[in-house]
Design a protein around this ligand. Structure first.
Ligand SMILES: Nc1ncnc2c1ncn2[C@@H]1O[C@H](COP(=O)(O)OP(=O)(O)OP(=O)(O)O)[C@@H](O)[C@H]1O
Ligand SMILES: [Mg+2]
Length: 328
C-alpha cells in the first residue's frame, strides 16, 4: 500500500437511530470528506452548532466509532481495519484530549499513575529511568514536571493545570495528531487563552496536527489554520481559515459569521443558531442540502440533492450556487 502523509476522511456516513425506540435512522454525518496533509504542523478546526456531528466525526477518526459508509485513511491505512500491533501504533499516533479534565482523571487515583500506565502499556518501555524521563519530558512541554505532580490527586490541581496535565498525557506517545474536543469550554476566560496558546506553541514545536472541535467561532479564528464547518451532519465548507472568514462561500457560513460579528439584534435573531429539535431532525432528514430550509438562495435542486464539493478559490464548498465554478 502506498505510504502517504495524510489523514483522508473519505465520504464518511454515520447513521444513528432516533425516536422512541431508536428504530428510525438519520445520518448524523452524511458523506463527509476532508483531506488533511500531515507534512506541515497545523490546527484544523471543526466547527458547528450543537448536534452537528463534531464529536461523532472525532470518534470516527479516533477509531472508536465505525462509519456505515466511507473510510478514514491514515498514512494510507484504513484505520477501522487495523489489527493487532497496528492498532497500538495508531493509538500512539493519534491521541484524544477531552473537554472536562476533571472527568478525564478519577478523583481517587494519583495523577502520575496514568502516566506510568501509558508508558508501560502503550509505549512498552520497561526501564524505570527511561519511563521517568519520558513522563518528565511530556510534563515539561506543558510547563510542569514529574516532581510537581508525583503522588498528587486531581483535586490538588486547578482546572487549568489539570487540562495541561491531560495535554501532557496525550503527548507521552509523541503523537502526530491531537484530537481536541472543546478542550477549553470548561475553563475560565483567562485560562482559556493560556491553553490555546499552549496548543499553538506545541503544534509548532512538536510538528503536530491538532484537530480542534469547537462551536465558538472567535476561538476558532484565534487558534485555527484551517476550518471545516458542519451543518446537520454535512460538511458545508472547508478551507484556510482566513479565506473562509474573509469571504465565506456557503450561505450558512455567511450567516454564522454575521451572527458573531454583527451586533444588530434583529440580525442575531434572524441567524440565531439555537433551534427546536423537531426542526433539527427534519433538517437532518432532508435528502438535499440541510440548509435549504433557511437559505435565501435555495433552488429546487437544493431540496433533493446534496451538492458536490466544489473548489472555489482554494476553499471547498458544498453549495449548488457554485456549480458554475466546477464547470469552468
Ligand atoms: N450514540 C448515539 N446514538 C444516537 N444518536 C447519537 C449518538 N451520538 C450522537 N448522536 C446524535 O448525533 C448527532 C450528532 O451528535 P454529536 O455529539 O456528534 O454532535 P456535536 O456536534 O458534537 O454536538 P455538541 O456541540 O453538543 O457536542 C446528534 O443529533 C446526537 O444526538
Ligand atoms: Mg460534541
Amino acid at each position: 500500500m502506498a505510504m502517504n502523509n495524510k489523514l483522508v476522511i473519505d465520504n464518511v456516513t454515520k447513521m444513528y437511530g432516533y425516536g422512541l425506540l431508536g428504530l428510525k435512522k438519520f445520518k448524523a454525518l452524511d458523506s463527509v470528506s476532508m483531506d488533511i496533509d500531515l507534512g506541515e504542523p497545523k490546527i484544523v478546526v471543526i466547527a458547528g452548532e450543537t448536534g452537528s456531528g463534531k464529536t461523532t466525526l472525532l470518534r470516527i477518526i479516533m477509531g472508536v466509532v465505525k462509519p456505515e459508509y466511507g473510510k478514514v485513511l491514515y498514512k494510507g491505512y484504513n484505520i477501522h481495519k487495523l489489527r493487532g500491533s497496528a492498532v497500538k501504533w495508531y493509538r500512539r499516533e493519534v491521541q484524544p484530549l477531552f473537554q472536562d479534565p476533571y472527568e478525564t482523571f478519577n478523583p481517587l487515583r494519583r495523577i502520575d499513575s496514568y502516566f506510568y500506565d501509558t508508558v508501560y502499556n502503550i509505549l512498552e518501555i520497561k526501564s524505570r529511568d527511561e519511563v521517568e524521563r519520558r513522563i518528565d519530558e511530556a510534563l515539561k512541554f506543558v510547563g510542569l514536571s514529574l516532581d510537581r505532580v508525583a503522588g498528587k490527586y486531581p483535586h490538588e490541581f486547578s482546572g487549568g493545570e489539570l487540562q495541561r496535565i491531560s495535554i501532557a498525557r496525550a503527548l507521552l506517545t509523541h503523537p502526530k495528531i491531537l484530537l481536541a474536543d472543546e478542550p477549553v469550554s470548561m475553563l475560565d476566560a483567562t485560562l482559556r487563552a493560556s491553553i490555546l496558546n499552549l496548543l499553538k506553541d506545541l503544534k509548532e514545536k512538536l510538528n503536530m496536527v491538532v484537530i480542534y472541535v469547537t462551536h465558538d467561532l472567535a476561538t476558532a479564528y484565534y487558534i485555527g489554520d484551517y476550518i471545516s464547518i458542519l451543518y446537520r451532519g454535512t460538511l458545508v465548507e472547508y478551507g484556510p481559515i482566513t479565506k473562509v472568514y474573509q469571504e465565506p462561500k456557503h450561505p450558512y457560513t455567511n450567516a454564522l459569521l454575521e451572527s458573531i460579528l454583527e451586533p444588530d439584534p434583529t440580525l442575531r435573531e434572524k441567524y440565531s443558531v439555537i433551534r427546536p429539535s423537531a426542526i433539527e431532525i427534519k433538517e437532518f432528514l432532508l435528502p438535499g442540502c440541510r440548509y435549504a430550509n433557511r437559505c435565501p438562495y435555495a433552488k429546487d435542486i437544493c431540496w433533493y440533492k446534496l451538492p458536490p464539493f466544489i473548489e472555489v478559490n482554494g476553499t471547498y464548498v458544498r453549495c449548488w450556487k457554485y456549480l458554475d465554478y466546477k464547470e469552468k
